[in-house]
Write a protein that binds this ligand. Structure first.
Ligand code: MEV
Length: 349
């Protein structure tokens, strides 16, 4: 049997970074997806295939139950040893985490005692196919965690959205412990949502959003740590910025209800100023934003910043001017909002 799940990437329209410190945020799922396919094997291994490479991790059996060769590093973080006893690369950790959760029923998805992995199979093979660019703020890792949760557990049971979200946030924490959970939420539910209420938002106007990739990869974990340092050193200002961000998001919701794209765009640019103040923008990003200024209603970083992507609200008649303004070394494309969120199916073979 094959269990197949796909989940969309995402953009953050408002509130990145501040959301980690408790503010609201507005996110949208986009029409680029990760697909994860999981099958049973007889190999007593967990095999993971992705564009980043293939690893195969042997399982040991303890008290008749499967266990992966799990270990702790010097900081007490769980690491997994590969077949050649190398540390599993961080990109693979969510999948190993999920396979382990499945086998040990740590999330109580099954009534205790009702599930024995070896009654069904000896191992798993997990394959990841993605059309979301990696490491540029478009939710590639959260979409992977969401799709992998639905796919791996889906071999045995179709999970509810709530279960997928809870388990996938745990998986994401293996690479990024401080995640706000906002990215996994929108990848699970799709559409445009206000975090943390998971409230779906309908925009009265057509959001013609353009995504431009600076082609500078970033580490969300490092950017989030940098912002936490900024907060430590500028407590009062950071708290003001959080209040400003919450106020801005309320104004954005009203602007959307009033079909007011101009205010929506202005708020994007205002949000960008807050992101510049907490130092997650850089010269390349600022250069891209000023190149797009004359044709966009608003432009800002989306996601962690320090590289990655910017989003611009561009009028239809100006869309084809964008590539020339940005230059050949940048990638850009129009984003359509995905409304489906995570999708799961199984194929009996
Ligand atoms: C990353 O896409 C968004 C951040 O706000 C981190 C998070 O919310 O977990 C930077």
């Amino acid at each position: 049997m094959k269990s197949i799940a796909s989940a969309p990437g995402k953009i953050i329209l408002f509130g990145e970074h501040f959301v980690v410190h408790g503010t609201k945020a507005i996110l949208a799922a986009i029409n680029k997806r990760v697909t994860v396919t999981t099958t049973f094997t007889d190999n007593k291994t967990i095999k993971i295939n992705s564009e980043l490479g293939t690893i195969e991790i042997p399982m040991t059996i303890k008290d008749g139950e499967p266990k992966m060769n799990e270990d702790k590093d010097e900081n007490g973080n769980v690491i997994f040893k590969g077949s050649s006893h190398e540390e599993v690369k961080s990109e693979f950790r969510p999948f190993v985490f999920l396979a382990n959760r499945l086998m040990t029923n740590s999330d109580n998805v099954w009534h205790p005692g009702n599930f024995h992995f070896f009654d069904h199979c000896l191992g798993l093979e997990i394959t990841i196919d993605s059309d979301i660019p990696i490491g540029v703020g478009l939710g590639s890792s959260s979409a992977c965690c969401v799709a992998a949760t639905a796919s791996i557990f889906g071999l045995f049971k179709e999970l509810s959205s709530e279960e997928i979200l809870k388990i996938s946030i745990g998986a994401e924490k293996t690479i990024f412990p401080d995640t706000s959970g906002a990215d996994c939420t929108v990848c699970t539910y799709g559409g445009m949502i206000e975090h943390p209420n998971i409230e779906k938002i309908d925009s009265a106007f057509d959001l013609n959003l353009l995504i431009a990739n600076s082609m500078i990869p970033h580490s969300t974990k490092n950017s989030v740590e940098k912002v936490s340092k900024f907060k430590e050193n500028n407590e009062e200002r950071f708290s003001q910025l959080c209040d400003l961000e919450n106020g801005l998001i309320d104004e954005v919701i009203t602007a959307m209800k009033n079909n007011d794209a101009t205010t929506f765009g202005l708020k994007m640019s205002e949000n960008q100023k807050y992101l510049e103040e907490i130092q997650v923008s850089n010269e390349t990003i600022n250069g891209m934003i000023s190149s797009l200024k004359e044709i966009s209603l608003g432009t800002k970083i989306t996601g962690a910043g320090d590289g990655g992507c910017v989003i611009a609200l561009v009028k239809d008649e100006n869309v084809n001017k964008v590539p020339a303004l940005l230059g050949k070394d940048k990638e850009c494309f129009s984003a359509k909002i995905d409304t489906k969120g995570v999708v799961w199916s199984k194929i009996e073979e």
